[in-house]
Design a protein around this ligand. Structure first.
Ligand SMILES: [Zn+2]
Length: 314
């Protein structure tokens, strides 16, 4: 058995994962990121201990513990170097766990962990596998020959910050025109709000007034009911996603790309036009087209990926 831990800005999710990648027991607790790092990790360890007890196991049954967290980690030193939404700065997380568990701990960036989880479940036998998560930003991970590709310095595969439009929309990273600034769900929400402002007669405005919120579903729901303005928003958004993907496909020519995040629940309505666009514009016109599919694990990807990274890389 392995423990997979997904430390997020909102929640800490932990699962007990078996050799085959099944989650046996899982639970979560709010991160409450304004607390100190020590308080957050104490809660994390307490929840991990509770999960082991809930499964009627003892700590000696745990072979390894994997932790995915946002930002940069250092497995040599056993520290979380920095994170954006939670207050970690060179935090010695291995030392904290050693006081409670004998099992070794492995640290991974959360987007890489989630990508590895998708790979474990959906990418077996694939030499080059890419996972893209469309959410608040764009997370991604690239698995090459079973290893997580991290670049020369550990912070590679930041696919969300590849430039799509030079000098374009301001991105969360401080630069302008990143893929994330056009194709994340945050970007879609902004695009939807602008369209509602310009076309108050659109069904999107009606949905906004009914639901009191503009979210990633607003434009999709209105487009499916035939609203022309919403259809334009959705088509443009899909083009932004696919335009960024063409670059990734041309560099890596992956065996498979999975697209995750809540938006991937739109299924074929989202994925099919992306496939068509990538097939039309990618460099590979002579070989088998790249497989692009919705991710399947949703929130469990981070838990399974962290657990299996610990299982396979320690
Ligand atoms: Zn950026």
């Amino acid at each position: 058995m392995y423990l997979g831990i997904d430390l997020g800005g909102t929640n800490i999710a932990i699962g007990l994962v078996d050799e085959k990648g099944n989650i046996i027991v899982q639970d979560s607790t709010p991160t409450l990121g304004t607390r100190t790092a020590d308080e957050i990790i104490d809660d994390m360890i307490a929840l991990a201990e509770k999960i082991v007890a809930d499964a009627n196991l003892s700590k000696s049954d745990i072979k390894a513990i994997g932790i995915g967290c946002p930002g940069a980690v250092d497995n040599q030193k056993g520290t979380i170097v920095f994170t954006e939404n939670v207050p970690f700065s060179n935090f010695p997380i291995f030392d904290k766990f050693k006081k409670h568990f004998d099992a070794p701990v492995y640290l991974e960036n959360d987007a890489n962990a989630a990508a590895y989880g998708e790979y474990v479940v959906n990418g077996e036998g694939k030499n080059i596998f890419v996972a893209v998560t469309l959410g608040t930003g764009i997370g991604g991970g690239i698995i090459i020959d079973g290893k997580i590709f991290k670049g020369s310095n550990g912070v590679g595969a930041e696919i969300g910050h590849t430039p799509l439009v030079l000098g374009g929309v301001r991105c969360s990273c401080g630069q302008k025109g990143c893929w994330e600034a056009y194709a994340s769900v945050t970007a879609l929400i902004n695009q939807t709000k602008i369209a509602i402002g310009e076309h108050p007669e659109s069904l999107m405005n009606t949905l906004f007034k009914e639901r009191k919120v503009v979210n990633g579903r607003t434009a999709f729901d209105a487009a499916k009911q035939g609203d022309k303005v919403a259809l334009e928003v959705v088509n443009k958004y899909i083009e932004y996603i696919a335009g960024g993907l063409v670059g990734i496909v041309n560099i890596f020519q992956p065996d498979k790309v999975v697209i995750g995040g809540g938006i991937s629940k739109e299924g074929a309505y989202l994925i099919d036009p992306i496939i068509d666009y990538v097939r039309k514009y990618d460099y590979n016109q002579f070989f088998e087209p790249v497989k692009i599919e919705p991710a399947t694990l949703y929130n469990d990807a981070g838990i399974i990926g962290a657990a299996f990274a610990a299982k396979n890389f320690l």
